[in-house]
Ligand binder design. Structure first.
Ligand code: SAH
Ligand code: MG
Length: 191
């Protein structure tokens, strides 16, 4: 079933999590044993489903998706996988929803609009448990982030991803590793 969901997403060019990134995150889960996970960017639920499989039975994932059609497909996929008890899909713009959240999370996975990454980090820092971990996918964005070529049409995204990296690595209260896995994964813990 999971293979089918994955293949359909790939066929439709939905940017689901890359295999090697998922492997790294699974290793992080083994050490962190998360009970509450927040995901920004559900798409069709593929990564959320993988996260449930990689964590304990009582783990809860709140996941936010802006696109109603994708959220609907995510709900169908979650039902097929019998994971309705583990995954809550919140339909709406994370920019509006994040400030309304109050409970803390053990893992926060940022995987949505790149231009909003600095804001997502700010909110994640408010919502993460002191022992929690903030993960940001696509942080190296096909290498654009580390190259000096900034005339690209994606320059707003690149500028915001660089701002995220700067804050995550230079803030003295944070400890951040930028992993060159998949499309780049930033792993941030609180010192
Ligand atoms: N995490 C998924 C892939 C997410 S793709 C997986 O690996 O399977 C990114 C998703 O973020 C897209 O579906 C897009 O619609 C959504 N998105 C983009 N901007 C958003 C925002 N501001 N709030 C909520 N979702 C957003
Ligand atoms: Mg991604």
């Amino acid at each position: 079933m999971l293979e089918k969901i994955k293949q359909k997403a790939l066929d439709e060019h939905i940017p689901i999590i890359m295999d090697e990134t998922l492997e790294v995150i699974k290793e992080i889960f083994k050490k962190n044993n998360p009970k509450r996970i927040l995901e920004i960017g559900t798409a069709v639920g593929y990564s959320a489903i993988c996260f449930v499989q990689a964590s304990s039975k009582d783990t809860i994932i709140d996941t936010i998706e802006l696109d109603e059609q994708r959220a609907k497909e995510a709900l169908e996929n979650i039902k097929t996988m019998n994971m309705e008890k583990n995954i809550n899909v919140i339909i709406g713009n994370a920019v509006d929803i994040l400030p309304t959240l109050k409970e803390k999370y053990d893992i926060i996975f940022i995987d949505a609009a790149k231009g909003k990454y600095p804001f997502f980090l700010e909110q994640a820092l408010r919502l993460v448990n002191p022992t929690g971990i903030i993960l940001a996918d696509n942080i190296l964005y096909k290498g654009y982030v580390m190259s000096d070529y900034n005339k690209h049409k994606q320059r707003t995204a690149v500028r915001n991803l660089r701002e995220y990296i700067k804050e995550a690595t230079e803030n003295e209260h944070l400890s951040t590793e930028i992993l060159e896995v998949g499309d780049g994964l930033a792993v941030t813990t609180i010192k």
